[in-house]
Design a protein around this ligand. Structure first.
Ligand code: DGJ
Length: 696
């Protein structure tokens, strides 16, 4: 039984881990255990019965499973409300639980305030094979007066008692996303968040906590939030060495007017534990995303060409056809026309909102280009940025009230654009009808959905509830538009882009199959970005183009090898590529097609970190362990190192007893030997290698 519910204790077991909580003698819902699965129920700790201390009562000492703001407790709460009479005290008591077993084991606990008719349901869903637990909360107002919700996190994750934990998180900026930061957790509160209406380039809704783990060994507790808007992670270490992480909607500028009969559900938080280091933590999330979330599951992604860096806004049938012809010769399978194709769009200062082909650039519509691309044997894809308007657009002139703004205040533009309020049903309907028409009238296999600014002046005067609901209703509206389009056009592959990797999360990956990971397409930077992205998201979702950004500085083969580590694309100006360059590109694309099932769907092992080392290596193994591929990159190592051999590379993920051969390295060896004694590569500065691994 994956979930055991004793009268006052709940044991949740996945294939290898367990998560336990129960009611203590004071009736408080108390976290007990999160770690390895133990042989017997009696092995798990019972809920602690807190002691009283002069300045801190029992409630403060209790590691609450889902603490509310109220009573004598000073820990960071998950839930904070104001009742209609102004009371801001919420004390939750356990009422009942409910178990269900399909499609996954699920437990729901119902709690209620001691005095007011507010019900909280805590949901737990087990993803046993991935050793992951999914949690979310539902709030119901059972009274007659509205309740103002000021904070509603999805979960609090409590770590085993003790200190010396380290927090790993991701930070960055536009064109420089996904840096890995590892730092000690010390007493106090460390907060990571987005306040930008998208998850942002600046931080990612993901964490890992360890006590001295590395890629292959050591205990790691990790988690993420399936939400594409403002989020928050708070890591708190109390004065008594209790470490807890909260994750959920950001409560900054947030409020939700909870009306009777209209429940509020938080986004889902997902977390797991592994004793096998950061690599295993990443692979658990990779598998979960690929197997259960992505709309097209494990469908292999086509090698695409994207026009953006080649033609910017100067797209028309002739320019795109010329690129398409070369792309097809090189083996590209999907041709994507980026920005610039729609009404009035000659630069970034006009056109957004007017989603029909520009009459000058495409006098006969998109049909001619699409036919041409299809005749060349490729699918056709199109860029859109539906959430945005330029003030210089027909849509804005018709509906200036549709954007996020405060009346009488400045509407600050960013990249000359304003944001449509997707919380408004009429905006959702408009976008659904416009995009549905484009997809219905044209043979479009792929949509790149872009979003190129962050929110400002977050006003919504005639909001249905509290105007601060905007941050949440916007994302709910966005999901509704995507969901509707997906239902009507299920074959279309969607890519999530927000000036690169600003919207990369498990919420959007229920709707999009891919992410455009960064506007930085320089291969050496990309190595770092890709390593950070891989902490929580799998390689098949990671679209990676070879462009001209570092042409002349980095060999074309190196640039291809970097992009081949994800879902390969090309984005350079092919008209300027020499015959030799095109031939090399064709060879790399062919090689990628042979390797892509392993890269896109296999297990990823980060053997040497590009963020830490000048010589980095990443390995992918097929799920059955019979074949793999190793990518090695040497950036720049000073001269003295040329005479010294590069450090050995120890393979991972091989079956110890099987015999393997590694391309370019003499000899057959057991899997255990390749993993224990490793291999040594010869590689010059700014060179790369792709080596196949095969079971004999
Ligand atoms: C930002 C994206 O990240 C780019 O790839 C490109 O699509 C531009 N927007 C187009 O405006």
């Amino acid at each position: 039984m994956p979930i055991q519910a004793a009268p006052a204790r709940w044991i949740l077991e996945t294939d290898h881990t367990a998560y336990v909580f129960g009611l203590n003698q004071a009736g408080l819902l108390t976290h007990c255990y999160w770690g390895m699965r133990l042989p017997r129920p009696g092995d798990y700790p019972e809920p602690a019965n807190p002691v009283f201390w002069a300045a801190d009562g029992a409630a403060h000492f209790t590691p609450h499973e889902y603490p509310a703001y109220g009573g004598l407790s000073y820990v960071d709460p998950c839930l904070k409300v104001t009742f209609a009479d102004g009371v801001r005290d919420l004390v939750l008591t356990y009422v009942e639980h409910e178990l269900s077993h399909a499609p996954q084991p699920q437990l729901t606990l119902r709690l209620q305030d001691t005095a007011y008719p507010l019900r909280i349901s805590l949901h737990y869903r087990l993803h046993e094979a991935y050793d992951l637990i999914e949690r979310w909360a539902e709030l119901e107002n059972l009274g007659t007066e509205p309740v103002l919700v000021e904070r509603a996190y999805s979960a609090k994750w409590t770590l085993p008692p003790g200190d010396d934990y380290r927090l790993t998180h991701l930070y960055g900026r536009h064109v420089d996303e996904f840096h890995i930061q590892r730092e000690p957790l010390t007493q106090g509160l460390k907060t990571l968040e987005s306040r930008r209406i998208i998850p942002s380039h600046h931080a990612s809704p993901w964490f890992a906590v360890d006590r001295g783990a590395d890629e292959d060994t050591g205990k790691v507790w990790f988690g993420t939030l399936a939400w594409s808007g403002n989020w928050k992670i708070s890591a708190e270490v109390t004065e008594f060495a209790s470490t807890r992480l909260s994750i959920g909607l950001n409560d900054w500028d947030f409020a939700w007017k909870l009306l009777p009969g209209q429940p509020f559900t938080t986004p889902a938080a997902l977390a797991g534990f592994t004793p096998h280091g950061f690599g295993a933590a990443s692979r658990a999330l990779h598998d979960y995303v690929r197997d259960t979330l992505l709309p097209h599951g494990k469908t292999l992604h086509k090698v695409l060409y994207n026009s953006w860096e080649a033609t910017l806004f100067n797209v028309d049938e002739a320019s795109q056809s010329a690129l398409a012809e070369i792309a097809a010769e090189m083996g590209v399978e999907l041709f994507v026309m980026d920005d610039g194709w729609f009404h009035g769009r000659n630069w970034d200062n006009a056109g957004l909102g007017d989603w029909w082909p520009d009459e000058v650039k495409f006098p006969h519509g998109l049909g001619g280009l699409i036919h041409k691309v299809n005749r060349l044997g490729m699918d056709f894809g199109l860029w859109v940025e539906p959430e945005m308007v330029n003030p210089n657009s027909e849509l804005y002139r018709a509906h200036p009230d549709w954007i996020i703004h405060w009346p009488g205040r400045a509407r600050t533009e960013s990249r000359n654009q304003l944001i449509l309020n997707l919380g408004r049903p009429e905006v959702q309907e408009y976008l659904i009808s416009v995009l549905d028409r484009i997809l219905s009238e044209n043979n479009i296999a792929f949509i790149k959905w872009d979003m190129n600014r962050n929110a400002s002046e977050p006003g919504w005067v005639d909001a249905p509830g509290d105007p601060r609901e905007l941050w949440v209703r916007y994302v709910q509206g966005l999901y509704r538009v995507w969901e509707t389009l997906r239902q009507r056009h299920p074959q279309v592959i969607f890519q999530s882009c927000a000036s690169g990797g600003g919207r990369a999360d498990l919420g959007i990956l229920r709707l999009a199959d891919q992410v455009w990971v960064s506007d930085n397409t320089e291969a050496t930077c990309r190595l770092d970005i890709q390593e950070g992205y891989s902490q929580f998201l799998p390689a098949n979702t990671m679209e990676a183009w070879v462009t001209d950004a570092d042409k002349g500085r980095v060999p074309l083969e190196f640039r291809f090898h970097v992009s081949m580590c994800g879902s390969l694309g090309v984005g350079g100006n092919l008209l300027e590529w020499s015959a030799e360059e095109r031939a090399l590109a064709a060879a790399c694309i062919q090689q990628y097609k042979e390797l892509r099932p392993i890269i896109q769907l296999g297990d990823q092992y980060r053997l040497r970190s590009p963020q830490q080392e000048q010589f980095s290596v990443v390995q992918y193994m097929s799920k059955d362990g019979t074949e793999g591929v190793l990518f090695a990159f040497r950036v720049h190592i000073p001269d003295y190192a040329r005479v010294v051999k590069l450090p050995p590379v120890h393979l991972r993920g091989l079956e110890p007893a099987w015999l393997y051969r590694v391309e370019g390295i003499a000899g057959e060896r057991s899997g255990l030997a390749w993993m224990e004694t490793g291999l040594t590569l010869e590689l010059e500065n700014m060179h790369s290698k792709v080596l196949r691994i095969k079971r004999i």
